[in-house]
Structures are given as structure tokens and as C-alpha cells.
Design a protein around this ligand. Structure first.
Ligand code: RRO
Length: 312
């Protein structure tokens, strides 16, 4: 048997795949479909305290090798996702999900963290420090001092298992600086990467930007992101305290892509653009393809190759 079981800290999952936050996880119906799929777990759409409608449409476009989006953090508000999670955990003891939160200010993040801390939620919390698409709001993850301040304030009171979703970095000094900060906090995981922020694509027929918000600027996902995601997962796995596990997100279009993220050090693999395009049945295909790659290598467990990238 080729086993895709994995874990983050004490949380065990039967399958290494899950959705990337934002993709098919907006409504209860979306979340139920993820729960019923072959994904090992799932994460809710990044929440703000209050419901948000997000940016004007068109705000997502399919591209030749991926996607561009500027959704602008549309979501039903934290209470909606927290209530869903509480109902889910009651119905499915022994299964754990992720709640994603993305406050527009530090105060909002801390307020949401208090709400979760005071609740009976027993899963993991992903603090999204990397939303690229809210006009006038720079990504926290690109401001190292601010990231440290947010985490310092958070961990004065937050005791539930938590991690951060990071933007892609492109300079080795950035990995050094960010890892040095993250290593100071009791994080269970780091999720790399969010979309490649502020790309631009143009419709050749009309010479018009493909999406409407922000003059056409939006986050790029899909195959375009693969080498950047691999490098970010690898760079953090080399720098983070081994207690902080990696979730690899970006550029998965087949089982081999997931295998590569695991080789680079990922303990869970998130699927964004491909899930948007292929719906939750994609987890069945990806699982089969990853198992096939493992079989050709003679591996039966993810631990047989996780983090074992060879270099020349
Ligand atoms: O909602 C979005 O526009 C969005 C978010 Br919060 C994010 O973290 N990443 C992304 O590509 N889009």
C-alpha cells in the first residue's frame, strides 16, 4: 500500500492534499464538498470580522499556465466559518480543519484571534499575512518589523495551534530574516506560498487588462508559481526550527508537482488554481498520480522522501 498519511504536530491526516484558502471554500456548500472529497483536510476562506463582498468583477481569470485573481477578500465573516468549524468538529470527531483569518489591521487580527481562542475550536488556525489584493493595504508578510509585531502581540494570549501563510520571497536575505522572526514563536506550521502578488495579464483582442480591480493587477497562481513555491518551501525548511512544519502551496498541476513540494520539505500540499478549475474531484486524481510516482521510486510513505531533495 502506498500511504499518503501525514501530520502537523499532533494532528494526523489521511491524505496529504487539501485546498488552498480562497479556493472553493467560501460557502458551507463548498466546504461540505471539500469534506466529502479525498482531501485530507481543508481550510476556510480567509475571514475578516465582518462579511465582505470583495472587489468588483471580473476578478478571476484563467490563464494559459494558471490564473490571476484580485478577489479582494470576499468572505462571510469569521462567525460564519467558526460556526461551520464547530459544527464540523462535533460531527467528525478525530478530523481537524484549518480556519484562515486575514484581518485588514493588526487590531482586527488580534480581535479575531481572541474570538477563536475563547471558542471551542479544536483545529488549526492559519493567519494569512499575505493577501495581495486589498487596495491600500500592503501585505504584512513583506514588512518584517510588522510581522514580528503581529506575532508578538498574538502570542501574548493565543494558545491554539497556529501557523502563518506567507507571500513568496525572492532574495535569500529575506528567507534569513523571516525565518529568524518565525523561529521566535510557537508556530506549528508555515504555509508557503500565497499567489505571486500583483501580476498583470492583457487580453490581446481588446488590449485590456484581464481583470477589473486595481487596474488589472492581481495574484498569479498555477504552474507559473511552481519554481517559486518550491524555492520558498525549500528555503524555509532549511532555516526553520524543525518543530515548525511546512505546508507547500503553489504550482501543483499533477502528482509529480506535489512530490516535488514534499521533497522540498512540505508536510501538506495545498491546491489552488487547479482546484478552482477541476473541482474537488481533483484530489482523487492527484492522490493517484502521487502514489504512482512513489511506487516507481519504491516508496510507501511520505516520510521515505520528505525533505530529501538532492543537490549537485
Ligand atoms: O481574496 C483575495 O483576493 C486573495 C487573498 Br485573501 C489571498 O490571500 N490570496 C489571493 O490570491 N487572493
Amino acid at each position: 500500500m502506498t500511504d499518503l498519511q501525514t501530520s502537523i504536530g499532533d494532528f494526523q491526516f489521511d491524505n496529504v492534499f487539501m485546498n488552498a484558502s480562497g479556493v472553493r471554500c467560501y460557502t458551507e456548500e463548498d466546504l461540505d464538498a471539500l469534506a466529502q472529497s479525498d482531501a485530507g483536510t481543508f481550510v476556510t476562506k480567509s475571514a475578516t470580522q465582518a462579511k465582505r463582498l470583495g472587489n468588483p468583477s471580473p476578478r478571476y481569470a484563467r490563464l494559459e499556465l494558471g490564473s490571476i485573481n484580485s478577489m479582494g477578500l470576499p468572505n462571510e465573516g469569521l462567525d460564519y466559518y467558526l460556526n461551520y468549524a464547530l459544527k464540523f468538529q462535533e460531527k467528525h470527531p478525530g478530523q481537524w480543519i484549518f480556519l484562515s483569518v486575514a484581518g485588514l489591521t493588526m487590531e482586527e487580527n488580534l480581535a479575531m484571534a481572541h474570538t477563536i481562542e475563547d471558542s471551542d475550536f479544536n483545529g488549526l488556525v492559519e493567519f494569512n499575512l499575505s493577501c495581495p489584493n486589498v487596495p491600500g493595504k500592503p501585505q504584512t508578510g513583506y514588512d518584517f518589523d510588522r510581522t514580528k509585531e503581529v506575532l508578538t502581540n498574538l502570542f501574548t494570549f493565543f494558545t491554539k495551534p497556529a501557523g502563518v501563510k506567507l507571500p513568496p520571497y525572492f532574495d535569500l536575505a529575506q528567507f534569513d530574516q523571516m525565518a529568524a522572526i518565525l523561529n521566535q514563536f510557537p508556530l506549528q506550521f508555515v504555509n508557503s506560498i500565497n499567489s505571486l502578488g500583483n501580476g498583470l495579464m492583457i487580453d490581446p483582442e481588446t488590449d485590456t487588462a484581464l481583470i477589473k480591480p486595481k487596474g488589472g493587477f492581481g495574484g498569479i497562481g498555477g504552474a507559473y508559481a511552481k519554481p517559486i513555491a518550491l524555492a520558498n518551501v525549500r528555503a524555509f525548511s532549511q532555516r526553520l526550527d524543525p518543530k515548525i512544519q511546512l505546508i507547500g502551496t503553489g504550482g501543483v498541476t499533477n502528482g509529480r508537482d506535489a512530490y516535488d513540494l514534499i521533497l522540498a520539505g512540505a508536510s501538506l500540499v495545498q491546491v489552488g488554481t487547479l482546484l478552482q478549475e477541476e473541482r474537488p474531484a481533483v484530489f482523487t486524481r492527484l492522490s493517484r498520480e502521487l502514489q504512482a510516482v512513489m511506487q516507481t521510486k519504491g516508496y510507501t510513505n511520505l516520510s521515505d522522501f520528505k525533505g530529501q531533495l538532492k543537490t549537485q
